[in-house]
Design a protein around this ligand. Structure first.
Ligand SMILES: [Zn+2]
Length: 309
């Protein structure tokens, strides 16, 4: 089976205001670039299903799930945190984004898809066990990881997160779960202003100083991530794929370029090929400058598919 490409039109209906950087156009920019580059010719498209309450409850408290559902407005907007709001379509979009990670897990573990890319929003890695935040409602990768562990019975799943912001929500949900290894790089002293002190032995957090480029990224991945991943021997790798560390993206102050995203993806693919038959599930997180987002995501997916030479 071809690698899976998972998205849904509902993800375009969630908006947080005309000027908000986490905008529906992000998905279209990535989709168009994958189309132009011919990448979608090598992928099987799927509509993201709605995550069920049972699936969400693997990563979030029932109280939180019910509270968020109750907050969902009939019209207008409801502010969830200073950066995050819901319109009437947001809850449905959040269910699709989490459902994409669940479907990706099923496709990779039972249908023979080597990998999957979920072009979905809202993003997820700032969503904690009991709290939304940072443009995120449900932690898509954490829902997928727990589905792989608790439903499919995997024993070791790795999460790698190269978004410019620390995935505090993923750390909140997954720290202390010995079945999970989370490796992350992020910009130091940037939102959500944590991550320097890992909350558990299964967390490898590397804070990069502002203005870091590809060289420091390579040092962090080679020196910190790869030894931990080799020891862990993952049976499946999830990627929190945020592209807001690009030098053209002013949401952060890192200086990464497309070649850096291709390089880091190559390292992930190499680990996956050594330990888990290449099984990788990548879910979109941040990336707000549309042109560099689209170019970086395309570089990432090309390497994921093995069509970048
Ligand atoms: Zn981010």
């Amino acid at each position: 089976m071809l690698p899976a490409y998972i998205t849904h039109p509902d993800c375009l209906k969630h908006t947080m205001g005309a000027q908000h950087p986490e905008c529906p156009e992000r998905l279209g920019a990535i989709h168009d670039m994958l189309l132009i580059k011919g990448v979608l010719d090598f992928m099987a498209p799927f509509d993201a299903p709605l995550a069920t309450e049972r699936q969400l409850a693997q990563a979030h408290s029932s109280l939180y799930i019910h509270t968020l559902a109750a907050l969902s407005p009939q019209d207008g907007a409801v502010q969830v945190d200073p950066d995050t709001s819901m319109n009437q379509y947001s809850y449905q979009a959040a269910l699709r984004a989490a459902g994409a990670a669940v479907l990706a897990t099923d496709l990779v573990l039972t249908k023979g898809a080597a990998s999957a890319f979920c072009n979905v929003r809202p993003p997820g890695h700032h969503a904690e066990y009991g709290a939304a935040g940072g443009f995120c409602f449900f932690n898509n990768v954490a829902v997928g990881i727990r589905h792989a562990l608790n439903v499919h019975g995997l024993q070791r799943v790795a999460l790698v997160d190269f978004d410019v912001h620390h995935g505090n929500g993923s750390e909140d949900i997954l720290h202390g779960d010995e079945r999970v290894l989370m490796c992350s790089i992020f910009e130091d002293k940037l939102y959500p202003f944590c991550g320097n002190h890992a909350r558990g032995p299964n967390m490898v957090n590397v804070a990069l100083p502002a203005r870091s480029g590809g060289e420091l990224l390579r040092q962090a991945v080679t020196g910190r991530w790869l030894p931990a991943l080799e020891r862990f021997r993952p049976q499946l790798i999830f990627v929190s794929a945020g592209f807001d560390g690009h030098r053209d993206d002013d949401m952060g102050n890192l200086a990464l370029v497309e070649a850096d995203y291709a390089w880091i993806t190559r390292q992930i693919v190499d680990v996956a090929q050594r330990h888990c038959q290449g099984r990788i599930i990548s879910c979109l997180e941040g990336g707000y400058e549309l042109s560099s987002l689209a170019r970086s995501a395309a570089a990432h997916v090309r390497v994921l598919l093995g069509i970048d030479h």
